[in-house]
Design a protein around this ligand. Structure first.
Ligand code: DAU
Length: 334
């Protein structure tokens, strides 16, 4: 089985590569990644010499690159994306390029080369804020950030290509994931690192926005199952039902890092900040028998422990581009 993982140097992609190499002896993996600011090959040093693994630096939006890596592949899992909402608010260009044009090029490559299966990773944010109840696979798209709009456009292209050209695509919508190797711009790794380094944590608005959380390993299992047994042309939500306000997560991190509430900096809210997400994952549970296995408190403790010991990995994240972005972002808010 030959699998192309796009965005494999990022958080979810690198975790999936590790997962697949652990699970399957006879797998061949090609990792296509552009190595933008969020890609970190340090996440893959332990398997870099594994004969079942190959890295290719390149862009999913470049058809010439795709013509080199797609032929002969049995499955493509598209993790490549610009993912950070705050960045999309500052400048959405890269988001349109990768999340819309990139997905379009991948779909075209799947058509050209007759790839049997294509799993596209998307987000619950395409459904917009859900003040009560849950988003199902049938809910209307109401993206409210440039990031969410770019992901929604990519999802629409997947649907259109399935209907028009019978492209064998499955779209997944996931809640917020967390775990080792996540770039420290997202809530959990950013706050963890700040707390471990004795800094403050910027809580947006009143901190009562609700997110639903899934540990990376549970997400990998869900994607593996969907890739093997999911029905082509279908959409699957991936969620755990574990929904909490950001301030609760922040307090849990205080306990794990030995800090307290004096570390909170309440800063201006994110523009257009979605108040609550909640995903209905009944289809994945009933149709494919998936259940999350990692309790949030356990996953969070493992995550904090990893950031305490990640050594060299973190230095890569402290390059000029990250520092510049983080300072601009944070200073603008206070
Ligand atoms: O819901 C799935 C989505 O989760 C993914 O599609 C996105 O790619 C991913 O970035 C994530 O989006 P969020 O905006 O929910 O994640 P983020 O970690 O940026 O923020 C989580 C919550 O924490 C959100 O309500 C904003 C808040 N927050 C975030 C940061 C970075 C803060 O209060 N302070 C912060 O410094």
């Amino acid at each position: 089985m030959k699998i192309l993982i796009t965005g494999g140097a990022g958080f979810m992609g690198s975790n999936m590569i590790h997962y697949l190499l652990r699970q399957y002896q006879d797998v061949q993996i090609v990792n296509l990644d552009l190595l933008t600011y969020a890609g970190n090959l340090e996440s893959l040093t332990d398997i870099a010499d594994d004969p079942r693994y190959q890295f290719v630096k390149g862009d999913i939006a470049d058809p010439r690159v795709l013509d080199q890596v797609v032929p002969g592949v049995d499955l493509i899992i598209n993790y490549a994306a610009e993912t950070h909402v705050d960045r999309s608010i500052l400048d959405a260009r890269a988001f349109v390029q990768t999340n819309v044009n990139g997905v379009h090029e991948l779909l075209e490559a799947v058509r050209r080369h007759g790839t049997p299966r294509f799993v596209h990773i998307s987000t619950d944010e395409v459904f917009g804020a859900v003040m009560e109840g849950e988003s199902t696979e049938q809910s209307k798209f109401e993206p409210r950030s440039p990031y969410a709009a770019s992901k929604a456009a990519g999802d629409h292209l997947c649907h259109a290509y399935a209907v028009t050209y019978d492209v064998p695509v499955i779209v997944t919508h996931s809640v917020n994931y967390y775990g080792p190797h996540q770039f420290p711009e997202k809530l959990i790794p950013l706050f963890t690192m700040n707390l471990l380094e004795g800094k403050k944590v910027p809580v947006y608005g009143d901190g009562m926005q609700v997110r639903e959380w899934i540990f990376t390993e549970d997400h990998c299992r869900a994607i593996d199952l969907i890739a093997q047994k999911g029905r082509l042309g279908e959409v699957y939500n991936i969620g755990t039902g574990y929904r909490v306000p950001n301030i609760e997560i922040t307090k849990k991190l205080f306990v794990l890092t030995g800090r307290d509430e004096s570390a909170i900096d309440y800063v201006a809210d994110r523009r257009g900040h979605d108040r609550r997400y909640a995903l209905n994952a009944d289809k994945l549970r009933t149709e494919l028998g998936w259940e999350p296995q990692i309790a949030f408190d356990h996953g969070l403790a493992k995550t904090v422990e990893w950031y305490q010991t990640c050594g060299e990995w973190v230095n890569h994240c402290r390059t000029g581009a990250y520092k510049e972005y983080y300072e601009k972002q944070y200073i603008n808010r206070v």
